[in-house]
Design a protein around this ligand. Sequence first.
Ligand SMILES: O=C(O)CCC(=O)C(=O)O
Ligand SMILES: [Fe+2]
Length: 225
Amino acid sequence: MILTVRAIEDTAALDALATRIDRLEWRDGGATAGATAKAVKRNLQAVLSGREGEALHGDLMRIVADNAVVKAAAQPHRFSRLLVSRTEGEGHYGAHVDNALMGKGEDRMRTDISFTLFLTPPAEYEGGELVIHAAGMTQWVKPQAGEIVLYPSSSIHEVRPVTSGCRIACVGWIESWIADQGQREMLFDLENLRVSLRTQMSRQSAELLTLDKTIANLMRMWGRR
Ligand SMILES: O=C(O)CCC(=O)C(=O)O
Ligand SMILES: [Fe+2]
């Protein structure tokens, strides 16, 4: 499942983030890629370790992790550290697969879902599409600024060369309670059904209680760290 979620609604909030990101220091993006991905990665990455960088990291994390649709679609157990990348002047990230395991020690995690929070309006740069090669079909995405694209970490994907302008994006990974993407999709469908039925009937109705029970029991059956 490839999903686009609107996460930042107002342009003032996007402008404020852009201003903060502008003040950060940038390094070669190759430093944070796995061995094979490094060879195809041509972009810059913000240093998020300073005081302002950490504050920004916290705010970006809240934008993603507190989003109700992200929660329902991804069933997150753990989030990776986020990266903020800048791609310009023919910069790109060639076809690659993300590392299956990331982080060290306590933070070691499996990557089930990859996501990109797009921070630049699409009219401000050419190219820079995120291209996801799912089984049997290829999807090109270049959404609005403030939208998050979630896609399976198991897919081959790439960022097309940015031929003019500059593309700023925030990327990260999720370890889900539900490792299997088919099971995750079924739970997401049921969750959406529940939200829609709640607008039509009482929460205490037998139908909604049965749905609550089924969702909870499927989570118990499929939920794994
Ligand atoms: O910038 C993007 O949209 C995706 C970046 C990516 O694939 C990665 O960092 O592994
Ligand atoms: Fe990637």
